[in-house]
Ligand binder design. Structure first.
Ligand SMILES: Cc1cc2nc3c(=O)[nH]c(=O)nc-3n(C[C@H](O)[C@H](O)[C@H](O)COP(=O)(O)OP(=O)(O)OC[C@H]3O[C@@H](n4cnc5c(N)ncnc54)[C@H](O)[C@@H]3O)c2cc1C
Ligand SMILES: NC(=O)c1ccc[n+]([C@@H]2O[C@H](COP(=O)([O-])OP(=O)(O)OC[C@H]3O[C@@H](n4cnc5c(N)ncnc54)[C@H](O)[C@@H]3O)[C@@H](O)[C@H]2O)c1
Length: 561
């Protein structure tokens, strides 16, 4: 997880300008931010190469509480204003109301942001279908359970509707939960105009100015499309398009073997497509613990209709047109020489995400983004161009790039609310779990083995590794799903858990015992006495903690304590 992010940051995540580097109408669609909603009409480059935002119509001021932009207001309309109603903003808003804060959330598109509308939610609906298709199609698996099933089929539109309906349902749940608790949902594009002051409205038409004691930026991210790749939304697509499942190509190239690439390879192969992965780094799934990647490759890639090219960049992709297929040009990542040309039916670009901070008005408060991300400290406090904290301004979620996960965004929001209501709080990102919802799933918390070894060497301690297999677990075997591994990386001298990685049935659910242990600082010598129901998959973790060898001194200390 961390290494994927740092690779992206080092080599591919663009400056804010990037998201708009080519044809503006297409790029605005990547953003998932509807042009009509934001009223943005033209994006142009100035002679300096900077992107300028042009707007249509006359600007009309409808609210009075303005004053000089640079001077903080003396009284406030709200205790807290959140810009962006994705999961990060939503999590912060609910917690703020619970803490008694008068709260408003500004949303320029639809409530729910990426996760609900173009991310976690619809993708998990497609993956639920993929899981069932896989089971029904696996004659061997069915036979082993004594079941007979006739050929499994699917209705593409029915599958697409399932994903879309789920997104709508969750979106209205989110909206209703905020309304019920008294969060003001302000519709329009939000721009910071000065300290503790935000304007919102339809760009170029209305500017309502509101003030708040504290402001949280939660504006999220959009798909990152490398230069040279032309997205037409039909045959060359991002996850925004793929989630609509408008067609199931016979052969699809997936550029990037991170979370999105892997999850979509699971969906597409279950629905009958052949997949070719194109990965810039030397191995597939470079962000995961290497041992888990290897096993995942053996189970999720090799037996399926998937081939791959590693160590290559997709440097040019041209959509299908005039009866010609999609053309993908591959360039060797090291020599930078042309390596191969592929002709496929479609290409999915899954090369990471770029923060969305465009038009946010950061220049009004002297904040300069770093590779597009809003710079923050460990408490999500925004840092200005001179390295100083901007008073009363925070940034959470994908826009700060610390950890691009829905629950991380929400946890950061809750952490900020704790701080503004008087309790210091620092979120331990090493305790935040992550999961990839393939069949079977992959999950993790904390450090990978190479990261732990590096830390151990720097700080001068030893690490040990324990592993347990799903093959010895009764529940997994009853399900005929014995393929799986759990891996624990820990300090034998004191029993500290440094990382846990799981590949196997329901890995995404199983990881929480480990992530909660890390969050609460529970050591192996304590958790190994926790009792697990039998027969459950959780016993895989029970075995894992029991098999770890913690040194005698740590165990003695436990007895004394
Ligand atoms: C295909 C896919 C699958 C994913 N699956 C998972 C998963 O299973 N689990 C997981 O944890 N994560 C998953 N993610 C990642 C997850 O979606 C993001 O980490 C999460 O949505 C980030 O939340 P956020 O609140 O920071 O931003 P977003 O969800 O992007 O929300 C930002 C909101 O701000 C609004 N906005 C932006 N600028 C302005 C402005 N100036 N004024 C007003 N409104 C504005 C946007 O319209 C948007 O609604 C997935 C992502 C993708 C693309
Ligand atoms: N289940 C989940 O929690 C989930 C699911 C989907 C997405 N997400 C989040 O969304 C974010 C984006 O996901 P993602 O899969 O797009 O990004 P990612 O960072 O996980 O993976 C991107 C991959 O693309 C490769 N790459 C980058 N540029 C390339 C190029 N030009 N040619 C070939 N390969 C290239 C990288 O080496 C990397 O392996 C992630 O940070 C993830 O946290 C999470």
């Amino acid at each position: 997880m961390h290494s994927t992010l740092s690779f992206s940051q080092a080599t591919t995540v663009p400056t804010t300008n990037y998201a708009f580097h080519s044809q503006s109408p297409i790029n605005l669609r990547f953003c998932g931010l509807r042009r009509e909603a934001f009223g943005i009409s033209i994006l142009t480059r100035s002679s300096s190469g900077r992107v300028r935002l042009s707007t249509r119509g006359r600007s009309k001021r409808t609210s009075a509480s303005t004053g000089n932009n640079g001077t903080p207001p003396k009284s406030f309309d709200y205790d807290l204003i959140i810009i962006g109603a994705g999961v990060g903003g939503h999590g912060a808003a609910l917690h703020a109301v619970e803490k008694g804060l008068k709260t408003a959330i500004i949303e320029g598109d639809v409530v729910g942001g990426t996760c609900v509308n173009r991310g976690c939610v619809p993708s998990k609906a497609l993956l639920a279908v993929s899981g069932r298709m896989r089971e029904l199609q696996s004659e061997h698996h069915m036979k082993a359970l004594g079941l007979q099933v006739s050929a499994a089929g699917y209705d593409r539109q029915g599958v697409a509707d399932h994903a879309n309906n789920l997104a709508s349902k969750i979106r209205s749940n989110l909206t209703n939960s905020m309304k019920a608790l008294g969060v003001d949902i302000l519709t329009g594009f939000g721009t910071i105009v000065g300290p503790q002051k935000v304007k919102y409205g339809k760009v170029g038409f209305t500017d309502n100015v509101v003030t708040a004691k504290d402001i949280i930026i939660a504006t999220g991210s959009v798909p990152f499309v490398p230069k040279g790749i032309e997205v037409d939304g039909k045959t060359v697509i991002t996850s925004d398009h793929a989630l609509k499942l408008e067609f199931v190509p016979d052969w699809i190239a997936i550029v990037g073997s991170g979370y999105i690439g892997l999850e979509f390879s699971d969906v597409y192969t279950a629905l009958g497509s052949e997949v070719t992965f194109i990965e810039a780094l030397d191995q597939l799934m470079p962000g995961f613990d290497p041992e888990i990647s290897k096993l995942a490759q053996r189970v999720l890639i090799n037996p399926r209709k998937i081939d791959y090219h590693t160590g290559v960049f997709a440097t040019k992709i041209t959509p299908a047109r005039d009866g010609k297929p999609v053309i993908v040009e591959l360039t060797d990542a090291k020599t930078k020489e042309h390596k191969d040309t592929l002709e496929v039916d479609a290409a999915l670009i899954a090369t990471g995400r770029a923060p969305f901070t465009y038009g946010l008005g950061l220049e009004n408060i002297n904040v300069v983004t770093q590779r597009g991300f809003v710079p923050v400290d460990e408490r999500m406090r925004v840092i200005d161009a001179n390295g100083n904290l901007v008073p009363h301004l925070y940034c959470i979620g994908d826009a700060n790039g610390k950890m691009m996960l829905a629950h991380a965004a929400s946890a950061q929001g809750i952490s900020v609310v704790e701080q503004v209501t008087g309790r210091d709080h620092v979120l331990n990102h090493l305790s935040v779990p992550a999961a990839c919802f393939t069949h079977p799933e992959i999950s993790m918390v904390g450090l990978t083995e190479p990261q732990a070894r590096e830390k151990a060497e720097k700080e001068g301690f030893e690490i040990s590794v324990a592993k347990t297999s799903f093959k010895a677990n009764t529940k997994a075997l009853a399900e005929n799903e014995g393929e799986g591994l759990a891996k624990l990386i820990y300090r034998p001298d004191n029993g500290e858990i440094l990382g846990v990685h799981i590949f196997g049935l329901h890995a995404a659910d199983l990881i929480h015992e480990a992530s909660n242990a890390v969050a609460l600082g529970t050591r192996i010598q304590d958790i190994r006495f926790a009792v697990h129901a039998h027969p459950t998959l959780s016993e895989v973790l029970d075995e894992l903690f029991k098999s770890a060898k913690v040194e005698r001194e740590a165990l003695e200390a436990l007895k004394v304590g």
